[in-house]
Design a protein. Structure first.
Length: 251
């Protein structure tokens, strides 16, 4: 049985990934900082209470995965939205926290997954970036900077690890239905002097498909990228966003 680790897999996109890999007969390992979310996972999932941006936590998780038999796929999915504010109003501490969780979380997961995958001579690393990693996003400087950097990390991993049979790709979700996006909508509405519904409509109108996406859409792409059907797909930035045309929603 193949084995996958999904960081921040207790809810949202991460949970959808865990469910999709489970349906594809993977052994599921999930990290999360929310113990209640881990306790709510199906009993056959392996939950690990860990902060993806804390090195000692991730060392402990990978020690258990090594003992379990190694790793076939990694979904470096941990992330936070960070502050929504004009650049002059962004506190350094908020910038550092956002960059740490998003970028350092992906770095640590890849750092400890790579030796296991090198030993096996194969593996797939999927990093959850964002369409904010493809465009500039007003009022979202820390988040956009981190997500751009994650794409640079992914492309470097693809080049560095490719000779060992390890592939690396990034998924860039657009506006994903769910509680996290609701928080973003409320904060952007406040920052831009708009209503929540106006911002929501702006996101949808800003895509050629005129739609938000579901977490399951992101999960399906992660499973595909980790499958043999994508055996020569590496170093790619793949948006699952309904084709974003306007990254700064306006009516």
């Amino acid at each position: 049985m193949k084995r996958v680790l999904i960081t921040a897999g207790g809810s949202g996109i991460g949970l959808a990934m865990a469910q999709a890999f489970d349906a594809d007969d993977y052994e599921i390992h999930v990290t999360d900082v929310n113990e209640a979310a881990l306790n709510a996972l199906p009993s056959h999932f392996k939950g690990h209470l860990a902060d993806a941006s804390a090195e000692e936590d991730m060392k402990a998780v990978f020690k258990k995965i090594t003992q379990a038999g190694g790793l076939d796929a990694l979904c470096a999915n941990a992330g936070i939205a960070g502050p929504t504010a004009a650049i002059e109003d962004v506190a350094l501490a908020d910038w550092q926290t956002c960059v740490s969780v998003n970028l350092e979380g992906a770095f640590l997961a890849a750092k400890y997954a790579a030796p296991l995958m090198k030993t096996a001579g194969r593996g797939s690393i999927v990093i959850t970036s964002s369409t904010a990693g493809q465009y500039g996003y007003p009022f979202r400087a820390p988040y956009a900077a981190a997500k751009w950097a994650m794409i640079g990390l992914m492309k470097t991993l693809a080049m560095e690890l490719g000779p060992y049979g390890i592939r690396a790709n990034a998924i860039c979700p657009g506006a994903v239905e769910g509680p996290r996006m609701e928080g973003v909508l409320e904060r952007e509405a406040s920052a831009k002097g708009m209503t929540r519904d106006e911002v929501y409509a702006g996101y949808a109108v800003g895509t050629s498909m005129r739609s938000f996406v579901e977490a399951s859409d992101i999960a399906d792409m992660a499973v595909f990228l980790s499958s043999d059907k994508a055996r020569l797909v590496s170093g790619q930035v793949i948006a699952v966003d309904g084709h974003t045309e306007n990254p700064d929603p306006k009516i």
